[in-house]
Ligand binder design. Structure first.
Ligand code: F3S
Length: 645
């Protein structure tokens, strides 16, 4: 079979399974990354395994999310992350060094390698020809321990790019076009591979914008070939020795084909509140904006900021607009300062923020009430900006800069005195500023390293092995589409408690039923009953970990969202489904449910649950692979892996 790039990289890392779409395979992971919001938990999990060092080629701990230090909690987390990195042979990218995906692409990504990161936009680094996948912190901890990463072999989609982008049209418009066509639903179980002559017209930062927002399509990852452009980028980064060519065999086979002619694209914008609500800018160009943000892991490269600055050069930000800009990395920040780009931005009236996620994740710069914010980010969900009734639009840096000048959403081609032809040919500088002093490299001898644990760093709770009989009450009965946010809310008050499970667990189901944690503790745990699509939304593993801490033994639902289903198993909570969905109606909160011979039923995948209170039986089932059965039996992933090591 003629091989595509995806299959070549997966084949060279295959540990177990057949590479047939839909079958479970496991692959060797070469590199890992974490960011601070998920990293503390990943490292606590790794530490619990008792290994002296990580077993990956490269592991990097980034601090880019919670960089605000209004209380001691975030600073405590940073000190913990720095010292635990030092202890276990992990690179530590200090706060201020930049957003994980930007820095990883610049300093660590290697064609042909695999990367697992505890952040959903980890696939950004696949722009350099690697397989980079986002996962939960527990999975990353397992990869750091040298364990193979299990995944369902995805279908490979060929997105063939032809033509060339016109001036004023950007890489962001390519991925927005794909979101318009595929929507946020149709990427699940797929990897996108970009092919065709249009690929050669795109620089690495442009490719990164595209692979970054593959996460919004729901794909496992998106990969570009490793070609001369990749070589030049890596050479400019002083890393050409790590480069190797990677291309698909001629006539390589794919499961699907999507063609995009770049000549036909114009500037696009995603309307509130979904990244796939994409329309041409011209359709919304009378909408007033009160805020523009240029930044995030999607669009904060040198190229992005240089193009925005060229549009803003000699002009002023509109009096009713706040323009904030956050360079993607220290390297980008230093180079825009060196090349006069920063001056143009400041002079036009931009407010410059540190190199971090910031407004993208609702940390700072919340828009005004009912405000319209135009952003270069990848997500525009309700409330993510920090203002519940704000409307967030997503677009390219060119559209963002043009709109900041006019005060309404603007197609840059409609501003007369901007030389878009000259802007379109702006390139990344050949001479980069390479200074890794903000990255603390691992050292050989780490015996004396003492891990700093402030009061916010609490040990990771573990569950006991599976009990033979579950005899407990229904603690809560919830409806359809419960999100991980509903189960474990985030927000400025709760998020800093993420490394303190006893404290954060007091907020489980806070928005639905604030008495839940107290009831769970008094009852010594229990069962959650839910309807369809339980645990949808972000991959937040605290939505499984905190209920586990409160003693939740099982969730009995009509159906589950995929990642949350895995997270429940990882933390030893049985994910059970109704055989007859009508049984959902027959159960009440407070009913006592009994499951006997639990181990036998786990092995069969079929369950009989007795409702002792009302005196009837419910049939249920669990979809578990052999490995997952063992994980559940052990009381969770950590206990399971400990047995293997
Ligand atoms: Fe950070 Fe936003 Fe990307 S939170 S990692 S900049 S999606």
């Amino acid at each position: 079979m003629k091989q595509n790039i995806t299959r070549k990289v997966l084949q060279s890392h295959l540990i177990e399974g057949k590479m047939v779409a839909g079958e479970e395979i496991s692959i060797k992971i070469d590199q890992t990354l974490t960011q601070d919001a998920t990293g503390t938990m990943a490292y606590l999990s790794f530490e619990a395994l008792g290994l002296p060092k990580v077993r990956t080629e490269v592991s990097v701990s980034y601090v880019d999310h919670n960089t605000l230090q209004a209380g001691f909690e975030n600073a405590d987390d940073h000190a913990f992350l720095q010292t635990i990195s030092e202890k276990y042979g992990i690179y530590y990218s200090r706060p201020g060094n930049g957003i994980c995906h930007q820095v990883h692409s610049e300093r660590f990504a290697v064609p042909g390698k695999t990367l697992l990161g505890s952040d959903s936009h980890t696939p950004t680094s696949s722009a350099l020809g690697m397989i980079a996948i986002g996962a939960g912190g527990m999975s990353v901890a397992m990869a750091m321990a040298g364990q193979p990463f299990p995944l369902v072999m995805p279908k490979v989609i060929n997105v063939k790019l032809t033509g060339k982008l016109y001036p004023g049209v950007a890489a962001k418009d390519i991925i927005l076009e794909l979101l318009k066509r595929m929507t946020v639903k149709n990427g699940v179980g797929k990897i996108i591979e970009y092919t065709g002559p249009g690929v050669e017209t795109l620089s690495i930062p442009e490719r990164c914008t595209i692979t970054n927002m593959g996460a919004e399509l729901g794909v496992t990852t998106s990969i570009f070939p490793s070609d001369d452009i990749t070589y030049e980028f890596m050479k400019a980064q002083g890393r050409e020795k790590d480069w190797k060519e990677l291309k698909a065999d001629e006539d390589a086979e794919y499961d699907e084909l999507i063609e995009i002619n770049l000549d036909e694209l114009g500037p696009l914008v995603a309307k509130p509140h979904m990244p796939d609500k994409v329309v041409p800018v011209k359709e919304v160009n009378d909408i007033k904006v009160s805020q523009v943000f240029i930044g995030s892991c999607t669009n904060a490269s040198y190229l992005d900021l240089a193009k925005a600055a060229a549009i803003l050069d000699g002009k002023s930000v509109h009096k009713d607009v706040s323009l904030s800009i956050s360079p993607g990395s220290k390297q980008v920040f230093e180079m825009i300062a060196r090349d006069g780009i920063l001056l143009k931005l400041i002079s036009a009236g931009a407010r410059i923020l540190e190199s971090a996620c910031g407004p993208c994740v609702g940390i700072g710069q919340a828009p005004q009430s009912e405000g319209v914010s135009l952003r270069t980010n990848n997500r525009n969900f309700i409330g993510r900006s920090g203002t519940k009734d704000a409307k967030v639009y997503l677009a390219s840096p060119e559209v963002a800069a043009a709109s900041a000048i006019t005060g309404v959403i603007t197609d840059p081609r409609d501003i007369e005195d901007i030389d878009l032809d000259a802007i379109q040919v702006i390139k990344e500088p050949e001479e980069r500023i390479l200074d890794d002093r903000m990255i603390v490299a691992p050292k050989e001898n780490t015996e004396d390293v003492v891990i700093k644990r402030g009061p916010n760093i609490q040990p990771l709770p573990l569950r006991e092995a599976l009990e033979e009989e579950i005899n407990t009450a229904v603690l809560i009965k919830v409806g359809d589409d419960i999100t991980t946010d509903d189960i474990m809310p985030a927000g400025a008050k709760i998020l800093p408690l993420r490394s303190n499970v006893p404290a954060i667990s007091q907020y489980v189901f806070n928005g639905i039923d604030p008495t839940f944690p107290k009831r769970a503790k008094e009852n010594n745990g229990g069962i959650v009953v839910a309807a369809e699509n339980y645990g949808q939304g972000s991959s937040r593993e605290h939505a499984a970990l905190a209920p586990m801490y409160l003693g939740v033994k099982a969730v009995l639902a009509k159906s589950f969202a995929r990642i949350h289903h895995d997270n429940l198993i990882n933390y030893g909570i049985l994910p059970l489904r109704f055989k007859d969905k009508n049984d959902y109606e027959r159960i009440n909160q407070g009913d006592i449910l009994v499951i006997k011979n639990v181990q036998k039923q786990v092995n069969n995948g079929e369950f009989v649950i007795v409702n002792e209170t009302q005196g009837f039986e419910i049939n249920a089932y669990a979809t578990l692979s052999d490995r997952q059965k063992e994980v559940i039996t052990s009381g969770g992933q950590l206990n399971y892996i400990k047995k293997l090591l």
